[in-house]
Design a protein around this ligand. Structure first.
Ligand SMILES: C[S@@+](CC[C@H](N)C(=O)[O-])C[C@H]1O[C@@H](n2cnc3c(N)ncnc32)[C@H](O)[C@@H]1O
Length: 203
């Protein structure tokens, strides 16, 4: 997909686990199920030195939220216009870089075990996600976390030619399959049509 996507709306991150999971409702950053509840999405304690990568970051709305939570954050996208908007929004502790995640060599910053958190908001279905997740598993240390927010498709719906190209999602089966090879997996239903996926411990 070579066209720029419309920026998606900021999504509430506290969420309830979907059936079949044992998760508790995380109230801080969504990858941190053990974090104590906080009253605001921007008041979580800072973790100096903690690094995050936001894949296919678009205009950086989510990337900047990660930075507001205290993470040194690097957003990647292949849309020059999205990156221009991201840079124009400005924020400390955020870097944006052009990278075609499917087509270019892996960015040199992404060495094995080099990043504590990798996120991908609304973008995973646009990418070669099976290959990408094996790479993500390498970039994370054993304590690292992958977090994705995805739209949930009814089987057959999103793949129709007239489906909304800006809301590409996964079926429930595809969401289940994302966890292959990960020791820890939890999904959270944010609404009927959105799920958060948290993965740790790729082997
Ligand atoms: C639906 S938007 C989501 C943007 C952002 N993550 C958000 O939550 O607002 C999908 C993004 O994926 C990016 N994208 C799609 N394919 C890509 C690729 N191969 N490499 C890098 N970015 C890609 C698009 O440029 C777009 O910004």
């Amino acid at each position: 997909m070579r066209q720029h996507m419309k920026p998606a709306a900021q999504t509430e991150c506290a969420c309830r686990p979907s059936s079949g999971t044992t998760g508790t409702r995380p109230a801080g950053p969504p990858w941190s199920a053990t974090r104590k509840p906080s009253s605001s999405t921007t008041t979580s304690p800072r973790s100096p030195g903690t690094s995050a990568v936001d894949l296919a970051c678009g205009n950086g709305q989510w990337t900047r939220q990660l930075a507001a939570w205290g993470l040194n954050t690097h957003g990647f996208d292949f849309s020059a216009e999205a990156l221009r908007q991201a840079a124009a929004a400005g924020a400390p502790d955020v870097t944006y870089t052009y990278w075609d995640i499917d087509g270019d060599p892996i960015h040199h910053n992404l060495r094995p075990g080099s990043v504590d958190l990798v996120t991908c908001r609304y973008s995973l279905p646009y990418l070669q996600y099976e290959r990408l997740l094996t790479d993500v598993g390498r970039w994370l240390p054993p304590s690292g976390t992958f977090y994705a927010l995805v739209y949930v498709d009814q089987p057959g719906v999103s793949r129709k030619p007239d489906a909304d190209p800006f809301h590409r999602g996964f079926t429930e089966d595809e969401i289940q399959a994302l966890s292959s090879g990960w020791a820890f997996r939890r999904t959270y239903s944010l609404s009927r049509s959105q799920k958060a996926v948290v993965l740790r411990g790729y082997s």
